[in-house]
Structures are given as C-alpha cells and as structure tokens.
Design a protein around this ligand. Sequence first.
Ligand SMILES: Cc1cc2nc3c(=O)[nH]c(=O)nc-3n(C[C@H](O)[C@H](O)[C@H](O)COP(=O)(O)OP(=O)(O)OC[C@H]3O[C@@H](n4cnc5c(N)ncnc54)[C@H](O)[C@@H]3O)c2cc1C
Length: 422
Amino acid sequence: MKTVDIVIVGGGPAGLAAAVAAKKAGNDSILILERDHELGGILNQCIHNGFGLHTFKEELTGPEYAYRFIKQVYDLGIEYKLNTMVMDISKDKIVTAMNREDGMFQISAKAVILAMGCRERPRGALNIPGYRPAGIFSAGTAQRLVNIEGYMPGREVVILGSGDIGLIMARRMTLEGAKVKVVAELMPYSGGLKRNIVQCLDDYGIPLKLSHTVVDIEGKDHVTAVTIAEVGPDRKPIKGTEERYTCDTLLLSCGLIPENELSRSAGVTMSPVTSGPVVNESLETNIPGVFACGNVLHVHDLVDYVSEEAGRAGQNAVKYINDGCKDESSAETIEITATEGARYTVPSSINPERMDDLLTVRFRVGDIYKNSFVSVYFDDERIMHNQKRIMAPGEMEQIILRKSQIQEHGGLKKITVKIENE
Ligand SMILES: Cc1cc2nc3c(=O)[nH]c(=O)nc-3n(C[C@H](O)[C@H](O)[C@H](O)COP(=O)(O)OP(=O)(O)OC[C@H]3O[C@@H](n4cnc5c(N)ncnc54)[C@H](O)[C@@H]3O)c2cc1C
C-alpha cells in the first residue's frame, strides 16, 4: 500500500489552500484526490465576479480565484489525482479511492484533510405539494447548465429560497434573457449576503418576498405555473395570500448541506447545528490527524474565509506530523459554547497549549440583530463586548481570541459567545 504524509480529499478552494499551506510549511508528501475532471471545485461554475476581495484585494471571478491556487499547486509540484472518488476513510487513516487508471486503491496517510465541500438541499427535502414536472432545478444545477454546459433551463422563472446561489442565479438568468418573476423566501430574512440582494435583485427590479413559500406547482409534463403564499410565524401558509405566477422554471436555493458521508463513516463526531465535523483550535476532528476545512466543516459565505481556514488546516496537519502524530484527544481543553443568538462556533474547543497567538472563531447568528453586541465570556467574566450595526444569519461573524488573554485567565473552564442587546 502506498504511504503519503497528507491526503487531501477534495480539490476545491479548501483542498487547494490546505495543500499549498502544507507544502509551504515544509511537507513534500501531499496528495490531493478530486472526483471531478479538474481542480477548483464549485468555483469553476461561479463565473460572476466578487471573489478574492479579502485575499487578493481584487474582484475576481470564481475560476480566476481558483486558478490563483491551482497555479500554486502546479508551481509547487504538489501531486494530485483527478477523476478519483474517495470511497472510504478508516479510523487509522487508510484512504480507499477509485479511478479508471488505478481501479480501486488504498493509501495509508499520517494525516487526512477533509475538504469535500457541500451540496444543495434537494427538492425531496422540501415537501412541496404538486406534480413532479420537468422544469424544477436546484439553483446550482441551473448555474452549471448555464455557465458550463451552455443550456438555458427556461425563460420564465420563479426562485424559492434566497441563499446566495439563488440570488446569483436570479441575476444570471436575467442577463441571459429570462424573466425572473419573484424570489420567495420562507424566513422573514434572506439567507444571502446583503450585497447580493442589492446587486442581484434590487438592481434588476426582481421582487423578494420574505415569509413566503411555494404552495403549488402546476404542469404535468413541464412546469406551467407556481403559486406562492405568505407564511405565519409557524411557517404555515396563510389562506387567502396565494399569488400565482405563470412560469416554466422553478429554481430551488434552499440551503447547503456539507458532504460528510465519508466523515461519518470514519467515525468523526458531527455537529447537529453545522452538519459538519466538531473541531478543535487546530481544525482537528475527534480522530487524531483528521482535519476538516471549507464548506464540509461549515457553510461559508465568502471563499476568502475558506482559503484562510484551509491554510490553517494544512499547517496544522504538518505540525501534527512533525510533532510525531501524537493523540492529544485526552488533553485538557476549554469548551466554546454558543448561546443566546449565536448558533454555533468553529472551533468548539481550544487547547491553549496548541493554539496560535491569535485564533479566529467563526459563527452565525440565528436571527436579524440590529445595534446588538457580540459578547464573549471567560467563565462568568465578560471580556469582549463589540457592537455591530447589523447581524444576519446569511453573514458569518467572527471574533479573535488571544492566547495571552487565555493564559492570563488561569484555570479557565468555559468560553461563551452570545448576542446581547446592551
Ligand atoms: C452550487 C454552488 C454554488 C456556489 N456559488 C457560490 C458563489 O457564487 N459565490 C461564493 O462565494 N460561494 C459560492 N458557493 C460556496 C462555495 O462552495 C464556497 O465558497 C467554496 O467553493 C467552498 O470551497 P470548498 O473547497 O470547501 O468546496 P467545493 O468548492 O465544493 O470543493 C469540494 C471538492 O471536493 C470534491 N469532492 C467531494 N467529495 C469527494 C470525494 N468523495 N472524493 C473526491 N473528491 C470529492 C468535489 O468534487 C469538489 O471539487 C457555492 C456553492 C455551491 C454548492
């Protein structure tokens, strides 16, 4: 069986950044396994601009952003295999994969980095009544059809869900000559970035109906109309509020699900909130030497954060190997608890001995908060109280913890992140 120091599962932005960082940290035995026929992940189909503002201080398209990392992988001579599907990862880090040239093969790794990204929540998970006609697509599938395959899914469009991909596709379909009639969102707030609501809906006069859902789809062979209705606080449709839109296409943008089948079968502990692995300050899972980053860990809003986080996973994997692949799972850690408006944190525990001088902790809120405070408590003492003009579930929040601050607070047991009104 071939032995490799670091196997990276997934060659999207997360896998690429992890590989580049691991190589720059001094490891020469890295292998990226990617099931697609090219590196770059989902960014290859995101041809709009707006990527890389943080990382490169430039507005790049998705493929341009991905290529900045792909080029580094080429230049640094990092090994990768395309068209290669990882089928299994065992607890002792034997990776089983398959492709046309090698058939089924196994690699023994000292460290594994999970970077499999996420997929869209399908229609089946949405319980929309009506027939199952043609003309219903996930927004990501439509994005692929239009941007890569060169097909238009339809001409008159209704979109359910206001996640970023739905918003981007509202603009994309409009630019390609379709009429996007409405974007309906179940929640009283959008799941997407504010800048996407402005640039993709407002700029094109596309209405966004919050607290609305699809209650009927007409058409036996192909979609002919969609009816939406307002929902109450219980998210149930309110009788009498129905609005019917004739259309030939319904796009669904109703959330992303981290691709964690491999992680689960390997025995990685999962968070019920993020549907991603539970990780510590090193982005290491409960299995020593198995790290996670990018959308497989938690769904990110900006790819810049994916790259930054994945870089840390790559560096930490090298550190783990250089330190002799020690099992530190029984080391004393400080739990980070998210409560009162904060839904989760990544990471969710810290080993102060191993943390960097500065540690970025990312989280999302569960509602819209205006002029509220992000508060951090060390046990019962409030040590951070930062006012934010607006916080929304569609935008990721972050705090920075200092190692010195934690060390000064001897015997610290628990860190709590919460949202406070004053
Ligand atoms: C449809 C869609 C559209 C998006 N559009 C935007 C956008 O417009 N703007 C934006 O900022 N963000 C967008 N995102 C979010 C975007 O996914 C992230 O910003 C970023 O691409 C996440 O990087 P990643 O490497 O974690 O995941 P991905 O880019 O999804 O890469 C994961 C890679 O892992 C591979 N993989 C998965 N399982 C296996 C396996 N078992 N074996 C081998 N390889 C495997 C996949 O083929 C893929 O290449 C979109 C997401 C989706 C799903």
